[in-house]
Design a protein around this ligand. Structure first.
Ligand code: ADP
Ligand code: GLC
Length: 512
């Protein structure tokens, strides 16, 4: 049966994006819509969202905990899709330009707890049919700590819909001092170790993990890792406790946006039969970046947030060794100001081999995928990771740490996997610079000495199916199970209201 799904998120491409959550928040609902479910998004009404969400209809003015002013619920649409989009319009909280989480200096907004608590109250109102009189969801799909309070608040409602909480990154937890709990005026019963309390702090993410009917993460590998202390960030115990209601579903790729045959942002489009265009893209990229234009050097790349999680410091550590070889590297990203500065100074030392772009640049990201030979993802941990999938589709070979979603989506090169035409990249173990360097030099050697084998990896990657089709089906199966068991749970009185079928009626007559 087709279901009504409310997808709660704090970022969605192309309205507002800091990372992969935004990509998933648009591409998964699009895929669910294709399967004919009535899926709707709800997002805070950031200025960028108000500008781009098409014609907006005001559905309600809600009185919500946390503000005296009425909160408007607007209905628009996700651009270039048919996905309905609710915007929670509370200008004191969300009418701020730039990042959804941080001020211009990169520090978190001091009132993030208040902001995402208010957002949660609005999601709850939508969940209970109090914000849109014409629509009621059967399941609420929440994502990351910003929506963690939604399952917690809904757990107190007898007639609530089913809830699913997806962990995209366990390291970001929404932790605040205990006194914030009182300031937010949350129901007292939520202050306990079984609920929002975490070592005498308020934890938003615990609201999702402790109270949702089910928990998913964005790869099966990460789902196994987070029940272990090393990856559990203090929550491994709780996750183990809930492990019978925890599973991993791998993210997919939005093929409307990512793919070398149709990408409008790249210089020349290509497929496995026109790989000379990829070489042309490499030359163009080298020229535009001020690197020497030639096919011989292996053009490595990095696209992503510049933070410890991503292991970008390992790349800095190996540069002196790496650049003794015919290797070039382009880095696109932003984040930690200290690492950004180190990248800039490295660029001064290796102007012909290293090109650094601090900032966020969609077009350059696409051109790097289309022009580079390989993509580095030495992430210390990676719940799923999207770029290693994008890069395979573009014939850009991933060199990645064997962890989380990276291990689930890259097939490591060895003689066996190569012979089976399955190898798509290079995986290394541990998070040492030595391991990364050795693997990069291994890739360089294949590129220089066994070009035919290199092409086999390129082609195997380009032939991968990373579309959402399969994963969206897995979500639908899970949704259906949760919706059904939620209906089974409903109080007696409601079940009795369900109409008897004709056969039921007949058999009742017979019985009398
Ligand atoms: P995470 O969500 O942890 O940042 P993912 O690999 O899931 O990592 O997703 C990152 C997404 O953000 C990808 O779509 C990637 O292309 C994009 N991205 C990251 N940094 C930049 C940047 N500086 N410019 C353009 N796109 C970027
Ligand atoms: C998170 C993770 C990343 C994942 C993305 C989308 O930001 O760090 O691995 O791909 O969410 O699920």
């Amino acid at each position: 049966a087709f279901m009504n799904i409310l997808f709660c998120t704090s970022e969605v491409y192309p309205l507002i994006k800091t990372g992969g959550l935004a990509d998933v928040s648009s591409s998964l609902p699009k895929a669910l819509l294709q399967l004919e479910h009535d899926v709707r998004l709800v997002l805070p009404a950031y200025p960028a969202a108000l500008r781009q969400a098409g014609e907006l209809t005001e559905l309600a003015q809600l009185k919500l905990a946390g503000t005296k002013k009425p909160v408007r619920i607007l209905l628009g649409q996700l651009p270039d899709t048919e996905v309905p989009l609710y915007l929670v319009d509370a200008p004191d909280f969300f009418n701020r330009p730039g990042s959804p989480y941080t001020q211009a200096d990169g520090k978190d907004w001091p009132d993030n707890a208040e902001r995402f608590a208010l957002f949660a109250h609005a999601c709850v109102a939508l969940a209970l049919g109090q914000a849109d009189g014409n629509w009621r969801p059967q399941l609420i799909h929440c994502n990351d700590w910003q929506t963690g309070l939604v399952p917690a608040l809904l757990s107190l409602e007898p007639n609530r819909p089913a809830t699913l909480f997806t962990i995209h990154n366990l390291a970001y937890q929404g932790l605040f001092p205990a006194k914030t709990f009182s300031a937010l005026d949350l129901p007292d019963e939520l202050w306990s170790l079984e609920s929002l309390e975490f070592y005498n702090m308020l934890s938003f993410i615990k609201g999702g993990i402790a109270h949702a009917d089910w928990i998913t993460t964005v790869s099966p590998g990460y789902a196994r890792e987070i029940i272990d202390e090393t990856h559990g960030y203090g929550l491994a115990g709780l996750l183990r406790h809930r492990s019978s209601e925890l599973s991993g579903i791998i993210n997919g790729v939005d093929n409307d946006i990512w793919g070398p045959t149709s990408d409008p942002l790249i210089t020349r489009r290509y497929d496995v039969h026109t790989l000379q265009n990829k070489l042309f893209n490499k030359f163009t990229l080298q020229r535009d970046l001020g690197l020497s234009v030639a096919s011989q050097p292996l053009l490595l790349s990095y696209i992503g947030r510049v933070v410890e999680q991503k292991g970008i410091d390992l790349i800095l550590d190996i540069m002196d060794e790496l650049f003794k070889h015919p290797v070039q590297l382009v880095v696109l990203g932003s984040g930690d100001p200290e690492i950004e500065a180190q990248l800039r100074s490295a660029e001064q030392r290796y102007p012909r081999q290293l090109s650094v772009h601090i900032g966020y640049d969609e077009q350059l990201a696409h051109n790097i995928e289309a022009g580079a030979d390989a993509l580095l993802m030495p992430s210390r941990y990676e719940p799923c990771g999207l770029n290693q999938m994008y890069s395979q589709l573009y014939g850009t070979i991933p060199i990645a740490h064997r962890t989380g979603g990276l291990a689930d989506t890259v097939v490591d090169f060895n003689q066996e996997s190569l012979a089976a035409h399955q190898a798509t990249g290079f995986l290394f173990d541990g998070d040492s610079p030595e391991a990364l360097l050795a693997t990069c030099l291994g890739a360089l050697s294949l590129y220089r000495n066994d070009r035919v084998d290199w092409w086999k990896l390129v082609i195997a990657g380009m032939k991968q199916d990373f579309s959402w089709t399969q994963s969206a089906r897995q979500y639908v199966e899970l949704y259906a199970r949760l919706v059904n068991s939620r209906q089974g749970d409903e109080p007696e009185g409601q079940v009795a209201n369900i109409a008897f079928t004709q056969e039921d009626e007949q058999s009742r007559h017979l019985l009398h």
